[in-house]
Design a protein around this ligand. Structure first.
Ligand code: ATP
Length: 366
């Protein structure tokens, strides 16, 4: 586990959650720093919402502890925790105005009337909803409803904010716009935030660190760039971004020269993992780290290059994705940036050479 030490505001310690004989959360340990935006990422059913519900207090852990700012939350009901959760559906009250929706929790807590008014005005300003204060939720756009839900969940000044697919109800374009807006709001109030999403781009855009979950376990935790550049497992490499995965065997394992033989490619990896000759491994290679040309570059001694025929290409504006058919029948995906719109790339059916640097590859043992 990545230890934050004294900075940790939230500590999840060896938490397990069983539903009958099904283990939804399997021995998860995690630390989140004060003021951090942290994302739990994983495919449907991996246990990320259950972990969020454990933090909120809607579920109790079967084993383990959750500690917030030094205080064990065991036995504390949701309403007594300094924690608030914003749901994907927003759960706004349809018959109440924006103003009343934001004030709802504060009224329930019996805050003085003047205090409520002041807090609601603050939230309206923060989320730029001032001119919609008297509207009902159905008179708002999806993005505006999302901001009302956020304003309502921040009004009580929670110390920990939980976001369950916060932008899940918005269309793609609006989602992208709203991601940075949401981060700015969260940063300006300085709240610690754990969000759940299945959208990796969203997690990578919004969070300072992400955790990839699968089958109830945390597979990898780290800043988005670290998880993307140095995935620790085949699952993580495949889940975050696009990747070529090539199975092979380590044939040379000298300290400064590791060679992995795969069906189509002999990979030369510049750094040592000694003592593993003969071991089956997977080499992960991102499509944008591969170049293509009519001939292989000189001086490669046959390493980190392969010839393939263009089987398909897809134009994505800023780059073109090539599918190269290799001798074994495997497909190598290559992204070529479209820097110069006049430059013509290879066409379907052409034979090309793909090549990459030793540092572009990651060797995975699991
Ligand atoms: P999604 O993205 O689809 O919401 P998730 O990763 O958030 O998925 P969870 O909702 O945490 O997944 O569920 C994890 C697993 O636990 C699922 O297999 C689910 O069926 C199971 N589960 C969740 N809640 C319960 C419950 N109350 N009783 C029994 N099983 C449950």
């Amino acid at each position: 586990m990545q230890q934050l030490g004294t900075d940790a505001f939230l500590r999840i310690e060896s938490v397990v959650k069983d539903f009958g004989d099904f283990r939804a959360v399997d021995n998860v340990s995690l630390e989140v720093a004060r003021g951090e935006i942290f994302a739990l990422l994983g495919s449907s059913g991996c246990g990320k919402s259950t972990l969020l519900r454990l933090l909120a207090g809607f579920e109790a852990p079967t084993a383990g502890r959750i500690v917030l700012d030094g205080q064990d939350l065991a036995g504390q009901p949701p309403y007594a925790r300094p924690v608030n959760m914003m749901f994907q559906s927003y759960a706004l009250f349809p018959h109440l105005t924006v103003w009343e929706n934001i004030a709802f929790g504060l009224r329930r807590d019996r805050l003085p009337r003047a205090k409520i008014a002041q807090r609601v005005e603050e939230m309206l300003q923060l989320t730029q909803l001032g001119r919609f204060a008297q509207r009902k939720p159905h008179q708002l756009s999806g993005g505006q409803q999302q901001r009302v839900a956020l304003a309502r969940s921040l009004a009580k000044r929670p110390r920990l904010l939980l976001l369950d697919e916060p932008l899940g109800a918005l269309d793609k374009k609006l989602r992208e716009q709203t991601q940075l807006e949401l981060v700015n709001i969260l940063k300006s109030v300085g709240v610690t935030c754990v969000m759940v999403t299945h959208d990796q781009e969203e997690a990578m855009t919004m969070a300072s660190r992400i955790a990839v979950m699968s089958e109830g376990r945390l597979l990898q935790v780290g800043p988005p760039a670290d998880v993307y550049e140095t995935p620790g497992t085949r699952f993580v490499a495949d889940f975050i971004g696009n990747v070529n995965l090539m199975d092979g065997r380590i044939t040379v394992d000298e300290p400064d020269r590791v060679v992995v033989e795969c069906a189509d490619v002999t990979h030369h990896i510049g750094h040592g993992i000694t003592g593993y000759a003969g071991m089956p491994v997977t080499v992960a290679l991102r499509p944008e780290k591969i170049s293509i040309g009519a001939a292989p570059p000189s001086g490669t001694q046959g390493f980190n290059q392969v010839q393939g025929r263009v089987a398909a290409l897809s134009y994505f504006g800023s780059f073109t994705l090539y599918h190269l058919q290799l001798a074994s029948g495997a497909v190598l995906k290559v992204n070529v940036e479209n820097e110069d719109r006049h430059a013509e790339g290879p066409a379907v059916g052409e034979l090309v050479w793909a090549h990459w640097r030793p540092t572009a590859q990651v060797v995975l043992t699991q």
